[in-house]
Design a protein around this ligand. Structure first.
Ligand code: ADP
Ligand code: MG
Length: 440
């Protein structure tokens, strides 16, 4: 830009000095000094320049500033014309630093000739400050533009880092914490759409793990308690027999019978626990085969009839459809057994139990309904939890482990089915199971 502006200035100056040369040649040749002086002063004012006319030896004849007459100017632009025979010459210089600031000037010369050759020289000097200050202004605005764009890029970079990098590092931090076993971590769902989704998924995962962890702890504590109770009872009974020398053999026998019952209980609990653990194993394969679900329900109800007859209950079985099924029959046997067993267990003398099986579309719908004790509203949401029993003492007495319904639930889920419960305290309960006839 600077070069361009200087070149432009040089062209203008050359044009001016040549125009001047044409104007003053005759005056100079005629040695009309007063007129020459006037002309130089007029042009000097017009161009805002210092003008001189030199003779052919380089000696100043007229100076528009009226200062240098008689001096010999030993500068390149003059000698270019005198010695090298140029028609004109140009130079730009930094001179006389004033106030520590460089002063830039240009010097431009043109020859004055007649038919005998070089007679004199016109010299034109003016300040280049206007060009320089224009360039400085330009430089300042370029610099300003640079700083503004640097600032804008910085703001953009910060903005992008806040929506990309920061959420990722928060997430990494969360994952590290979780890796150390802290499942309570949740991260802020911020940033771009993908990272927001990732954070939300992470939060869901950590919540699930937290729930899993707490239900596992609950399970272990429940299981230990469930195993400890019969052991404590057995210890008391055994110690009575051991330390009471004069114990009535009848009572001792009774105690031994009780101990035997507690052992049975322990067996039930351990068996149910093992079933549950095996169901927890996600890689579990259902042992599917074709069978009639109707026949299966029928045969279980037949076995349960003995028990319900003891309580003088009315067990009504209604099979609408055979419901040919491709499923794991031994698992479904446990499902039906647990539901009917509960109905008989939690229904009093002379109660009625309805077992109904029908087919809707590709689904077998089994309903087990009783008019027994019912389940209070507040307990309904928990009855599928492991070891959950509404009335602990009563369930224990009847040999329940509190694991039956959670086993039922797991087995139905494995088959891709559903289970619902409707119940009202002191009125009765209905469990409805929906099972797909074929594997999906
Ligand atoms: N048909 C029912 N009528 C009333 N309460 C029931 C019935 N079925 C289940 N329950 C309640 O749900 C609890 C959990 O059932 P379950 O898991 O089979 O354990 P349990 O070993 O006690 O039978 C039972 O203790 C009982 O309180
Ligand atoms: Mg049960």
């Amino acid at each position: 830009m600077g070069n361009y502006q200087l070149a432009q200035r040089m062209r203008n100056d050359k044009y001016s000095v040549e125009k001047l040369a044409v104007n003053v040649t005759q005056l100079f040749l005629n040695a009309d000094m007063p007129q020459l002086n006037t002309t130089l002063e007029r042009f000097g004012g017009e161009y805002n320049a210092r003008l001189m006319v030199l003779d052919k030896y380089g000696k100043v004849q007229v100076d528009s500033y009226g200062k240098a007459e008689g001096q010999r100017l030993n500068i390149k632009e003059v000698s270019d014309i005198i010695n090298a025979g140029e028609a004109s010459s140009y130079g730009a210089y930094s001179v006389n630093p004033i106030n520590n600031k460089d002063n830039y000037i240009n010097i431009c010369t043109a020859n004055l000739v007649n038919n005998q050759g070089l007679q004199g020289i016109v010299l034109f000097t003016s300040s280049l400050e206007d060009v320089i200050s224009n360039l400085n202004k330009l430089q300042a605005s370029i610099l300003k533009f640079f700083w503004i764009s640097a600032l804008v890029s910085m703001i953009f970079a910060l903005f992008f880092s806040s929506i990309i990098t920061r959420p990722i590092s928060t997430l990494t931090h969360g994952i590290e914490k979780m890796g150390k076993g802290d499942f309570s971590v949740r991260v802020a769902e911020r940033g771009s759409k993908e990272i927001k989704n990732l954070s939300a998924t992470f939060n869901i995962m950590s919540e699930k793990l937290e729930n899993l962890e707490s239900s596992r702890n609950q399970f272990i504590s429940n299981a230990s308690h469930e195993l400890k109770t019969p052991l404590a009872t057995m210890k008391i009974l055994l110690e009575s027999i051991i330390y009471q020398d004069d114990m009535d053999p009848e009572i001792a026998k009774e105690f031994l019978n009780d101990i035997n019952k507690e052992i049975d209980r322990l067996n039930f609990v351990v068996k149910d626990l093992l079933t549950l653990v095996s169901l927890d194993n996600k890689a579990i394969n259902l042992d599917r085969s074709k069978f009639s679900f109707g026949k299966l329900v029928q045969s279980i109800c037949k076995k349960m009839a003995l028990l319900s007859e003891q309580k003088n209950q009315n067990l009504i079985v209604d099979i609408d459809d055979e419901c040919e099924m491709y499923a794991d029959s031994s698992k479904l046997q446990q499902v039906v057994y647990n539901l009917v067993d509960n109905a008989v267990k939690y229904t009093g003398e002379n109660g009625t139990i309805n077992v109904n099986l029908r087919k809707t579309g590709r689904i077998a719908v089994l309903s087990v309904k009783d008019n027994g004790t019912g389940i209070p509203q507040e307990d309904l949401k928990n009855i599928f939890d492991r070891f959950y029993r509404v009335d602990k003492a009563r369930s224990r007495e009847s040999g329940g482990t509190g694991l039956g319904l959670s086993i039922v639930y797991q087995m139905i889920m494995l088959h891709g089915g559903k289970i619902y419960v409707n119940s009202e305290a002191n009125k009765g309960t209905e469990f409805v199971v929906e099972l797909p006839l074929a594997a999906k």
